[in-house]
Design a protein around this ligand. Structure first.
Ligand SMILES: Cc1cc2nc3c(=O)[nH]c(=O)nc-3n(C[C@H](O)[C@H](O)[C@H](O)COP(=O)(O)O)c2cc1C
Length: 179
């Protein structure tokens, strides 16, 4: 039976470089018969975590009625979660961080999942992604039984489409194929 794959894309640019890596991953996973859904954070309404602790007193229900509730349900149902971000000021994008903070109501219950991280930067150096990757790993360390299964470093991609033809594209496809 195919796996349930959820891809969370944090680029504000449709067809942006990290978004293209998501599509590669998706194509690979679909080729193997897995079910794939991609959530584009740019198309969602997600507020900042208010740290109000409402969720702690209300069975994991957030006080905010926005798109995060649906996404959390999808995360709970996924076998594989792919998180993709552009590098902004040598960190993950604000869209991705805001999303991560809103996992707060349920984070200990996110369990039995494989995680993949896809990142793109203008900088050619892999180290340009160290801080973003550390952030993803910090998030992962707070979850239940989850495993990091792969990271794609899409370096040297500045303008939309610069990632095309780079090895990161093949890597993302192969990772998707092998979930
Ligand atoms: C606000 C902003 C900050 C950025 N900061 C960095 C950076 O610190 N280092 C870097 O290498 N590229 C930086 N970039 C370039 C992006 O990481 C690069 O264009 C990336 O491929 C964008 O991914 P996307 O097309 O998926 O949005 C920045 C771009 C923007 C818009």
């Amino acid at each position: 039976m195919g796996k349930n794959v959820l891809i969370v894309s944090a680029s504000p640019r449709k067809g942006g470089n990290s978004d293209l890596l998501c599509l590669q991953f998706m194509t690979g996973a679909k080729a193997q018969g897995h079910q794939v859904e991609k959530v584009n954070l740019r198309e969602t309404k997600i507020g900042y975590c208010l740290a109000c602790e409402h969720c702690r007193q209300h069975d994991g229900m957030c006080v905010q009625q926005d798109d995060m509730g649906e996404i959390l349900k999808k995360m709970g149902a996924a076998d594989v979660i792919v998180m993709a971000t552009p590098v902004y000021f040598y960190n993950m994008s604000g869209q991705m961080k805001t999303f991560i903070d809103r996992v707060y109501p349920v984070y200990p219950d996110i369990s039995d999942k494989d995680l993949y991280f896809l990142m793109t930067s203008a900088d050619e150096r892999k180290e340009a992604m160290d801080t973003a990757l550390a952030g993803f790993r910090g998030f992962l360390s707070c979850l239940g039984e989850v495993a990091e299964k792969g990271v794609v470093f899409g370096t040297g991609a500045w303008k939309i489409g610069d990632i095309k033809g780079k090895t990161a594209m093949t890597q993302a496809y192969e990772m998707g194929k092998n979930v």
